[in-house]
Write a protein that binds this ligand. Structure first.
Ligand code: SAM
Length: 247
């Protein structure tokens, strides 16, 4: 089970550092918006909006709407989104358990659904919250995501296996299902751990690092996950766009 209070605590703490460090999430948001089939949507819901990386990309790429509803489990996100869209309505809460009392023309979400206990149930309930012909566009991560971290820390990460994701999405007849692997390089493992902390990605487990443990991690990274003197981690984004078609 995912510890939601830990998620809240970590993401709340990382809000200030998120934008400067979320390189991959920014690229994902940009690509996701480019995959949208239309330029105008009436009612839009964004799940897991954080500081508004995706919100801003929608504006930059000239996506228009009538009403913008933004959700996050961290209440402080509201302050960021209100600055970007003063007319927006903030829906605070866990997207996995929230009751939505309206339907949407576009539901969009970047790098959030993997923090839910059952991504497939969330996908289903958000799909149900679409109007007919509505669009559900989201990104998440498949199981190669940060495999270096799971290997070195000997932890099982929460990312859904790619095949399982594919199976879950196929029943919606997606317009797009795209998987990618994106590697980023750092000068040290310490920098990698900071990067994860600053983006809130260290949200599922609590761990304490002693000096000797840190040395051990540096050593393991430099032996196993190193190229041209740099160490790396891999992100495994998945992009999905679904149109709710009623036959
Ligand atoms: C990696 S950030 C992505 C933020 C943003 N979508 C972007 O494009 O950069 C994930 C966000 O999802 C939120 N989140 C995680 N689990 C959630 C849940 N169950 N319900 C709502 N928001 C959640 C976190 O608080 C965080 O703000």
């Amino acid at each position: 089970m995912i510890d939601k209070s830990l998620i809240k605590k970590r993401f709340s703490k990382s809000l200030k550092t998120y934008e400067d460090n979320a390189v991959i999430q920014k690229e994902m948001a940009e690509k996701l918006v480019k995959l949208l089939p239309d330029k105008f949507y009436g009612d839009v819901l964004e799940a897991g909006c954080a500081t508004g990386v995706l919100t801003r990309k929608l504006t930059e790429q000239k996506i228009k709407y009538n009403n913008y509803y933004a959700n996050d489990i961290v209440e402080k996100s509201k302050n960021y989104i209100e600055k970007l869209i003063p007319s927006s309505v903030f829906i605070h809460g866990d997207i996995e358990n929230i009751t939505l009392d309206k339907k949407f023309d576009l539901i969009i979400s970047n790098a959030c659904i993997q923090w839910c206990n059952s991504p497939s149930n969330v996908i289903e309930s958000l799909h149900n919250a679409l109007k007919d012909n509505g669009i559900f566009a989201f990104t998440t991560f498949a199981d190669k995501n940060l495999y270096e971290i799971s290997e070195i820390f000997q932890i099982q990460t929460q990312y859904t296996p790619l095949e399982q994701l594919k199976q879950c999405i196929n029943k919606y007849n997606p317009l797009y299902f795209i998987e990618e692997e994106k590697r980023i390089y750092f000068n040290s493992a310490t920098q990698i751990l900071k990067h994860l902390k600053y983006t809130g990605v260290n949200s599922v487990t609590e761990y304490r690092l002693t000096k000797s443990k840190l040395q051990d991690i540096e050593q393991k990274f430099s032996v196993k996950f190193n190229k041209d003197g740099k160490v790396f981690i891999t992100y495994n984004p998945v992009y999905v766009v679904i149109k709710k078609t009623i036959y």
